[in-house]
Design a protein around this ligand. Structure first.
Ligand SMILES: *Cc1c(COP(=O)(O)O)cnc(C)c1O
Length: 384
């Protein structure tokens, strides 16, 4: 197979050359003045993407580390926590809280659907004594390619005092998220999704309400301790040795994102979603998510009866060097996922659609070749 891989996963995502070049620079002292400047620039840039004026700490870790940081800093053993799950990552956040001693009550919605704001609002309304200390919820559920309407959910919660802790690992910068405006207290993200940077850094954004909960929290911590992080941030450092090259990548990524503008970035992701979904429908395939809650970060496609999703993925990889994600847990072999977040271009997606049509034909699915491609071309013609 010649040429570069088409990496269309919902993380890690393709890297722009500008970012690759930035990361190739020689290392510097992580306790010196040059690193201080980079850390300050990156922290300020990430804050802008979160649309928050409050705190952001950056950890050397994968996204899951950021979720654990949220739990150990803002929740105490014995706290009653409402965990809303619409898939694998909602389950994971709930498990982390449970493992650290929280009393977790879970609300599960069927995989492929979004959380119903009314149901969450009703549950909080019944909590007249304010026993629920925190709500855990996923912004964009990567396993099903469905996003939650956090604004509506926050509104349905009315003035319930629970902290809102959000897993925005794959959602931030791909799906709209206005932390301060919507009153979200804590939100976690990571470098390897919409930021177009390799894995290695997670971001923990939190407001003063969350900080007050931290001051009361009794969960043991060291690596994730936010006071330690804030103390070092003041000096322009991380408490531990950070992945300096990934910081170079983040610095370049945030400059690129500033050039493009957040609004344009979100619009671009919306276009990817609409183009992919229209084309998939034109091929005669089914989508897992409904239009209203379909993620702009990725699309989950239901494989045709009799042709497993994994066979389609294998064919795409071997024949075309196109890498798509599979379904997780119950959805294994049922769906495949086309990631379209970060540094993806329309023509990459057009290539995927064209190759998918050939693949489906080859694997025995009856379709009119070219319907999907034509739909995508028309979408590009009308929207760019
Ligand atoms: C990718 C992802 C994570 C986990 O990130 P890791 O870097 O693999 O630890 C958590 N939540 C969501 C929604 C994700 O998409």
């Amino acid at each position: 197979m010649t040429g570069e891989q088409y990496l269309l996963l919902p993380g890690p995502t393709p890297l722009p050359n500008r970012i690759i070049r930035a990361m190739g620079r020689p290392l510097i002292n992580h306790r010196g003045p040059e690193f201080k400047e980079i850390l300050q620039e990156v922290t300020a840039g990430v804050k802008e993407i979160y649309q928050t004026k409050h705190h952001v700490l950056i950890y050397p870790s994968s996204g899951t580390g950021g979720l654990e940081a949220a739990v150990v800093n803002f929740i105490s053993p014995g706290d009653k926590v409402l965990a809303v799950s619409i898939g694998v990552f909602g389950d994971r956040f709930a498990t982390i809280a449970r493992n650290f001693g929280a009393q977790v009550e879970k609300i599960d919605f069927p995989w492929g659907e979004a959380a119903d704001p009314e149901i969450i609002g009703e549950r909080l309304k019944r909590d007249v004594n304010g026993e629920i200390k925190a709500v855990l919820i996923t912004h964009n559920e990567t396993s099903t390619c469905v996003f939650n309407d956090l604004k509506a959910i926050k509104e349905a919660a009315k003035d319930h005092p629970a902290l809102f802790l959000v897993d925005a690992v794959s959602g931030l910068a791909a799906v709209d998220l206005r932390m301060d405006e919507w009153g979200i207290d804590v939100a976690v993200s990571g470098s390897q999704k919409a930021f177009m940077v390799p894995p290695g850094l997670s971001f923990l954004a939190f407001n003063d309400r969350a900080y007050a909960a931290y001051k009361r929290s009794k969960t043991p911590k060291f690596y994730w301790d936010i006071d330690l992080g804030l103390e070092y941030l003041e000096k322009g450092q991380n408490p531990v040795t950070p992945p300096i090259s990934i910081y170079y990548g983040m610095q370049e990524a945030l400059r690129m994102m500033k050039e493009e503008g957040l609004e344009n970035i979100l619009k671009r992701h919306k276009n990817y979603r609409d183009m992919v979904r229209k084309s998939i429908k034109a091929m005669g395939l089914k989508l897992l998510a409904r239009d209203e809650n379909a993620s702009t970060a990725g699309t989950a496609v239901v494989a045709p009866e009799g042709i497993g999703a994994n066979k389609i993925r294998q064919y795409m990889r071997e024949k075309f060097n196109i890498v798509l994600a599979g379904g997780q847990q119950n959805l294994n072999d049922v769906i495949f996922r086309i990631g379209h977040l970060g540094y993806v271009r329309e023509l990459d997606l057009l290539a995927v659609i064209a190759a998918l049509e050939i693949t489906l034909k080859e694997l025995g699915f009856a379709l009119n070749m070219g319907e999907g491609v034509k739909t995508a071309q028309e979408f590009i013609l009308n929207n760019y």
